[in-house]
Design a protein around this ligand. Structure first.
Ligand SMILES: N=C(N)NC/C=C/[C@H]1O[C@@H](n2cnc3c(N)ncnc32)[C@H](O)[C@@H]1O
Length: 417
């Protein structure tokens, strides 16, 4: 009787999205989902009192409801920004080496400072998330700002102070160690420069910190660098990826492993593939900007749900394995007449450390030249895990061969929770 009451109560209360495994569970049927104690499961449907349909790292299956508990206690919510892990990762040189080695990225920021050096004279600049301080050093060495506030939350800030002194910039550059959300700076700034872009532009959601810093520290009429950002999308073929991850199972070493193809499908294609290097010829059509963000007017609540439309005309027949996504950012000149500079991380531009993101379909579709592929994209920020989002795509293919036939499709890609 007691268990029945508990189940009834559970059903009545709001279905708490996340549950935590309280014991190891080993699946005995292939529609069940194995997990270990502490795993965070996303319960999608309480199919029966005993078995619930849940998801773990993109894999789906039934789990015994008695093996999980609701994950609503305080500590889980505090962990929402995963700051320990996030700033810890930026405390080591690995990521900074990768970013500094990215010449298109670093040289674009240097070019922005150089081409605006006259207007920067006597101005106050904030470099948010300065890392090793490279952008702050460009400002101090290539222009003559009155002051540069280099803000960095990770332990790297201690090294950055040393780098500023070693490069003779200590009279201009001040390093502030801490999260910008918690720092008191000497005053407002004329320019807020930051390299905040994550995979698919928004992953990591450092952009929220940039907007908060803008609202708190940027003078009226001040400049945001980047001043705007765009997310681009293109339907593409990914023959190599499909062959390596799916076709592989058909006959490895002469054996028939094809029954593993559906598992491989779920495991490898449920989530986006970051750092996928596309070739321009993989594009089946011209790319299009599905989202454009104006960094002077964008508001933090806008980040929860961002929606874009697209319509592609297939320029050459080929296999539509999935979509590729990437971003570009633009830097308005400080004087109205100067050129707007751009960093574009797409397949038609010099390769950067972000490369592109590949979003594979569950099953490839052959497209003919002249076909149209239109639809919408939704970036839905994770309400619990604040650095994560889910990217959903809905599309319709209209074939020129037979006009009435049209195929529709949809798929959601969690990044990562
Ligand atoms: N471009 C990519 N992918 N990563 C962004 C770059 C992230 C850098 O900015 C710092 N950072 C991120 N958020 C904050 C914040 N709220 N306050 C101070 N520093 C911060 C991180 O520690 C990294 O060094």
């Amino acid at each position: 009787v007691i268990m029945e009451e508990v189940d009834e109560d559970l059903k009545k209360c709001q279905p708490v999205e996340d549950f935590v495994g309280v014991a190891d569970f080993c699946a005995t049927e292939d529609n069940q989902l194995s997990f270990t104690t502490g795993d965070r499961l996303r319960v999608h449907d309480r199919t029966s009192p005993e078995w619930w349909w849940a998801e773990l790292y993109g894999l789906f299956g039934y789990v015994p409801s008695s093996y999980v508990r609701p994950c609503i206690d305080e500590e889980d919510v505090d962990d929402a920004w995963q700051d320990e892990e996030y700033f810890g990762s930026y405390g080591s040189l690995k990521l900074h080496l990768e970013m500094l080695s990215d010449k298109p990225r670093t040289e674009t920021y240097r070019e922005v400072v150089l081409s605006n050096r006259h207007c920067l004279e006597g101005r106050v600049v904030m470099d948010l998330g300065c890392g090793t301080g490279i952008i702050s050093l460009f400002c101090a060495r290539l222009a003559e700002p009155a002051a540069v506030y280099a803000v960095e939350a990770s332990p790297m800030a201690d090294q950055t102070r040393e780098l500023v002194t070693r490069n003779g910039c200590q009279s201009v550059v001040s390093v502030f160690k801490g999260r910008v959300e918690e720092l008191a700076l000497p005053g407002k700034v004329d320019v807020l420069v930051s390299e905040w872009m994550g995979n698919c532009l928004l992953f990591e959601f450092m952009v929220e910190s940039v907007l908060l810093a803008r609202d708190r520290w940027l003078k009226e009429g001040g400049m945001m660098w980047p001043s705007s950002a765009a997310l681009s999308l293109v339907p593409c073929q990914a023959e190599e990826e499909y062959r390596r991850k799916i076709v592989f199972w058909e006959k490895p070493y002469g054996l028939d492993f094809s029954c593993l193809k559906s598992l491989a499908q779920k495991e490898f294609f449920s989530k986006p593939k970051f750092s996928h290097e596309m070739k321009p010829e993989d594009c089946l059509s011209a790319p299009c900007d599905v989202l454009t963000l104006d960094m002077h007017s964008l508001q933090i609540p806008d980040l929860e749900k961002l929606k874009g439309e697209f319509c592609f005309r297939v320029e050459k027949s080929g296999t539509f394995h999935g979509f590729a996504a990437w971003f570009s950012v633009q830097f308005q000149s400080l004087d109205e007449v100067g050129p707007t500079l751009e960093l574009n991380t797409g397949p038609h531009h010099p390769l950067t450390h972000w490369k592109q993101t590949l979003l594979m379909l569950d099953s490839p579709v052959f497209l003919h030249q002249g076909d149209s592929l239109s639809g919408m994209i939704l970036l839905h920020r994770n309400p619990v895990w604040r650095r994560h989002m889910t990217l959903s795509l809905h599309w319709t293919i209209r074939s020129t061969q037979d006009s009435e036939a049209c195929k529709t499709g949809q798929k959601s890609f969690p990044m990562w929770r």
